[in-house]
Ligand binder design. Structure first.
Ligand code: CO
Length: 145
């Protein structure tokens, strides 16, 4: 396992629209991507860019809102109606190698490796095996992706 960049922090919200206004008007975000539905995961998604040094891309905020009452995110918002930090996502160079290593260490990988919101393969690891943090592992997007 080679820990890569912190790609994004997943933030659950009851309203992507309200969260966009917050990041734009309060936090001064200047690059907010167009929201889209990720039907397979039952969520609406919107990425907000942060800025690294010299204008390089920083870690993103991934706003996620349930698409309906059956969304896996609905439970989270029942417990935390304001929303809040839902997961963190780290990049790795090789998703299958990373998965095999987590499994070899007895970590509970949740579901199959699938295509995530960046269009690249991802999987999630259970928070109980990760110091209380739901952790998404993402294969580093290739240049120009
Ligand atoms: Co994510």
């Amino acid at each position: 396992m080679r820990l890569g960049r912190l790609n994004h922090i997943g933030v659950a919200t009851p309203s992507i629209e309200a969260s966009i206004a917050h990041y734009r008007d309060v936090m001064g975000a200047t690059k907010i991507h167009t929201p889209f539905d990720l039907e397979a995961q039952g969520v609406k998604v919107c990425f907000v860019d942060t800025r690294g040094e010299n204008g390089t891309n920083g870690t993103q905020i991934e706003l996620i809102e349930p698409l309906g009452p059956d969304s896996p995110l609905s439970n989270f918002l029942e417990k935390s109606p304001l929303g809040g930090q839902h997961h963190v996502c780290f990049e790795v160079p090789d998703i299958e190698a990373a998965r095999a290593e987590f499994e070899a260490q007895g970590k509970r990988v949740l579901g199959p490796t699938r295509i995530g919101a960046h269009g690249t393969p991802i999987f999630f690891v259970h928070p109980k095996d990760m110091g209380g943090i739901l952790t998404e592992i993402l294969e580093t997007p290739k240049e120009g992706h």
